[in-house]
Design a protein around this ligand. Structure first.
Ligand code: ZN
Length: 433
């Protein structure tokens, strides 16, 4: 099969450059995010999608964040690179707090987090931030002056941008939290650092975000549709070339490729805003279209799919037969994927799963911790591969075409009971649904 013109690396790069170079950072509620939504809507229309619409919803937006961390060793204060955790409060008045450090290795040191145990102290927390609400409550109750987080998945010399679950902060509170580079924390340990100074000011404001929708109507529009999705927003401080301009570029190339193919079922394309705050855009879409979602057969999501070195993962939520079929269909088109049966709250598939819609999610990690450029200033066009996205699109397009041609949906259009239960529990813990 001759590659479709929408699939040339040059055409992928054209869209990618607009998102990452002309627009750049696209954090939720910002002018950059809005420009990205306008760009995607224009491209959807130019590619021949019908009923192109932009739907707005409220979100919180980071207006300003600054932080400073200093460590006392070798007889003076050393300033470290740092990022404030978005969603966590700043220090009082944004002024520096100073205290003795307590090193905690998580989650093994959880028993040390008793009420008031960290009062007046600065916790250096190595490992994951609390992943269960119970752990989060213990950390809050220990009352540290501040928390310095060292992410064990990212053993690098730069600090990553990150956020916390907004529902947890609202319900249980949160200490001031900043991140420092792994190698900085390594140096502190060797130097025997005992005192730190931390200041942070994080200002959030109410804002608006956008989802962009368009569709290729099927010849039998009453049949359950397919929904292809990605998100166009970024974390702060980087142009999100992989996370997730790559997914948007992939969506546009799929629209271009699939427009020319015959189909019975409607194929809907959605580019979400505000994913980085835990799929706020996807959840807004699900809330606004709950009845229509009963007639959706499958969501296929693309998030961070352009690592040059890496391997393909396909996250399946839904019946096992769907996975078996998709793995074979992709392999026939030259793409071999590691398939996982997963319900994850960290992709835009989760709100759809909550509404009972099965999903496949494509993701391309490049080391066992995920992606090394994750949420850092290194997530740029220098570190993505148009050839890999072209390969993905070339394999996913025939899969979508085959499904859109079916009169009778070949799989159960439901989540297995075990996955439904996990989805319900995650929703209760992380989202207060
Ligand atoms: Zn993402």
């Amino acid at each position: 099969m001759k590659p479709h013109p929408a699939l040339s690396e040059a055409s992928l790069l054209r869209d990618w450059r607009v998102l990452c170079e002309e627009i750049g950072e696209r954090r939720a509620g910002s002018a950059g995010e809005r420009r990205a939504a306008e760009f995607v809507a224009g491209r959807f229309a130019a590619l021949g999608l019908r009923r192109v619409a932009t739907e707005e919803f409220p979100c919180t937006s980071l207006a300003r964040a600054r932080s400073r961390v200093q460590a006392w060793f070798s007889g003076r204060w050393h300033t470290a690179e740092t990022q404030a955790l978005v969603g966590a409060p700043g220090t009082p008045g944004g002024r520096a707090v100073e205290g003795e450090t307590v090193s905690l290795e998580m989650p093994a040191d959880l028993p040390l987090l008793t009420r008031g145990a960290l009062r007046g102290k600065i916790a250096v927390l190595f490992g994951p931030l609390p992943t269960r609400v119970e752990q989060h409550r213990r950390l809050v109750a220990a009352s540290p002056l501040a928390v310095v987080h060292v992410d064990e998945r990212l053993p690098f010399a730069w600090a990553k941008s990150d956020g916390v679950y907004p529902a947890w902060v609202k319900r249980h509170g949160m200490p001031t939290t900043v991140t420092v580079p792994y190698l900085t924390a390594w140096q502190w340990r060797l130097a025997g650092v005992r005192r730190l100074r931390v200041s942070a000011a994080v200002e959030l404001r109410a804002a608006r975000s956008q989802n962009v929708i368009g569709e290729l109507p099927g010849s039998l529009p009453r049949l359950p549709a397919l929904v292809l999705t990605a998100h166009h927003d970024t974390q702060c401080g980087n142009p999100g070339a992989d996370d997730n301009a790559s997914g948007v570029v992939c969506l546009l190339a799929l629209a271009g490729t699939l427009a020319a193919m015959p189909r019975r079922r409607t194929i809907r394309f959605i580019s979400f805003g505000c994913e980085e705050q835990l799929s706020v855009g996807s959840a807004a879409y699900v809330r606004a279209h709950r009845a229509a979602l009963r007639a959706v057969g499958l969501e296929v999501n693309f998030d961070s799919v352009a690592s040059p070195l890496g391997h393909w993962e396909m996250w399946r939520t839904g019946p096992a037969a769907l996975e078996t079929w998709a793995v074979r269909r992709l392999a026939r088109a030259g793409l071999r994927v590691r398939a996982h049966a997963e319900v994850t709250p960290f992709f835009d598939t989760f709100p759809f799963n909550q509404a009972g819609v099965p999903s496949l999610g494509f993701y391309r990690p490049n080391f066992s911790g995920g992606r090394w450029q994750h949420h850092s200033r290194h997530d740029t066009l220098a570190h993505v591969s148009p050839a890999e996205v072209a390969r993905l699109v070339a394999a996913v397009a025939p899969l979508v075409r085959d499904l859109a041609a079916q009169r009778v949906w070949p799989f159960r259009r439901a989540l297995p009971a075990g996955q439904r239960q996990v989805a319900r529990q995650l929703a209760r813990e992380l989202f207060e649904f």
